[in-house]
Design a protein around this ligand. Sequence first.
Ligand code: C2E
Ligand code: MG
Ligand code: MG
Length: 693
Amino acid sequence: MSNRILIISPDPDDVQTLRQALGAASDGPFVVEDASTLADGLQRIEQSGIDAILLDLTLPDSLGLAGFEQVHAVAPHTPIMTLCALEQEADGREAVQRGAQGWLSKGYFDNNLVPQSLRNVIERMRVEQKLYAVQARAEITLNSIGDAVISVDMHGRVDYLNIAAEVMTGWERDEAKGRPISDVLVIVDGDDGGPVVNPVEAVLQAGQVESLAGEVVLVDRHGKRRRIEDSAAPIFDWDGQLVGAVMVFRDISDAVALSAKMKHLAQHDFLTNLPNRVLLNDRITQAIASARRSNTCPALLFLDLDKFKHINDSLGHAVGDDLLQAVAGRLLGCVRSSDTVSRHGGDEFVVLLADERRPQDAALAAEKILIAMSTPFLIDGHQLHTSTSIGISVFPLDGVDAEALIKNADTAMYYAKERGRNAYQFFRHDMNARAVERQLIESSLRLALERSEFVLHYQPKLDLENRTITGVEALLRWKHPEWGLVLPDRFIHIAEECGLVIPLGRWVLREACAQAVRWRESGLAPVSIAVNVSAMEFRHRDFFDHALAIFEATGVDPAWLQLELTESVLMRDVAASSGLLAKFKAMGVQIAVDDFGTGYSSLSYLNEFPIDVLKIDQSFVRAIDGNAGGNGAIVSAVIGMGRSLRQRVIAEGIENAAQLDFLKWHGCAEGQGYFFSKPVDADQMRAMLHAGG
Ligand code: C2E
Ligand code: MG
Ligand code: MG
């Protein structure tokens, strides 16, 4: 590419000489134009395309530096060399000061020197142009990125900040320039606010890339704090000498806050904001580790609200949710801040007592919680009565890791529930064995009904005066093909828990009624048959209708049927119970209270139920033994109570003559027990009825 040169000179000889010099140049062509006045020259420049200008300082329309100033103003990026006479060299020098690239002395235009000088200045201008472009691009880039950039010289003094760095430090570039980096970039430890080595200083010392260790906070000029993440790198000159450092950093406050929030969500229960299983596991593991050092016995309380499902179903999930939150609040009020209350899911909570010294401490905590939970909750205008069952496991006896401790506390909780709720229970290792057995029984029970493995045995009730049979009680037996005869204590509560007691109870009632009819048809006098009814059966909404259907299907006279219910079943919902009992009574069915004395019934309530018979629990009868005295007093009181309610009183579990005498003496009219007969099968019972009837 040829270079276009403009000569502005009034002297045709000079122009001629210069054209000659340029034309003779061996290394590449020059295209030469000329103008004889400043005005002509300026006009030509404005048309552009000129690569270099040779400007005479003596022009007809301008003299000295003024001409240069005008040309430089219109072509600031075009190299200019002035042409000066010897006496004008001072001006030539001054022009260089103001931006000219050099001068040529008139009369000494050399054929080699002129083209060489022009080529040099044009080349230098092009390099500068490129450099400028690179610099401009760098500057724009640095100012448009979000990361902050600060550079320092080798003494650690700031020499550059981009816009992001200005925003984050609160310092403007001009103010910051020359100040020590520690003035402009104040960083402290993210955790304790303590001092942190400025990474720029570290780089200057080490001469290699450094990044901040751990979490650091940048404190800006106005005191505002930001979490930052950064790195710093050294700057070397051409010779490899360290001349400074550059640090890049970014604000990660939002990212840190977001990740903290995510972490919280991952470890907490959304509804109650309590720690969830994940965090609980961590805490248990920590507690175990510190227990090994300090000889403490961390304990776990596994809690389950007793009536939560019922509340949730009847009042709705919103009330259920509020209740769970209120429960969480109360639980927190019961423990120390070093303990962990977590929600395990549903209505289950787990409390970790981190540094108990003795297992008794866990019992105290459990008692405290039971009391706190038994106060009714007022939620959305409802007064909610709940209670809690608590299972307790203690490290290291009941487990040496989180999983075992939680599982065993859970098992113990089921035992607490079985014991009548609103109670706590420490884990025992035999519970696990029983849990296995229970699983086995549950699965066999499901098959037992289909395979007709159940039978009823009958135990007579007798008039204690004349020893005649006044009725029989039907007692369920399971003839298991491998285990033999299984008694109800081993399976009734399991059947109740898995719902099987409903079909099972229907079978019992139907079989008992059918048996009554069979005995009658075989010529026996009508005999009263008592059937035990479990809580779940009694509360089942179809209980009455099903009973009715059975009476009809079997043709039994309901007057010969007696239903045995325990006190606690009756008391659970007094209004519903007495309504249902009234319906049965209207059919002629008799009602007995089983295991009387072991519940918490108040006499005034019992008075409200249409009850015919009170069956005094075996435990009282057993207590008669020995030289009666105090224990017997309780029995006589219970007999007295029954009599005062004008109901028939039957004593259960009479095993010897002493008990019989005592009961007769105290006015008990009827009894049942091994002393007269164990429960026997239907044929044997028939024989006894035949003999005694
Ligand atoms: P329960 O209704 O109190 O029945 C009396 C229990 O005491 C029977 O136990 C009976 O065999 C036992 N027994 C009777 N006399 C004596 C005695 O002199 N000494 C001793 N030690 N025990 C005596 P069983 O048959 O094992 O039944 C236990 C419980 O299971 C019953 O207590 C009853 O609550 C329940 N059950 C029995 N059959 C059924 C049933 O068909 N349905 C339901 N829901 N529960 C039943
Ligand atoms: Mg009974
Ligand atoms: Mg009983």
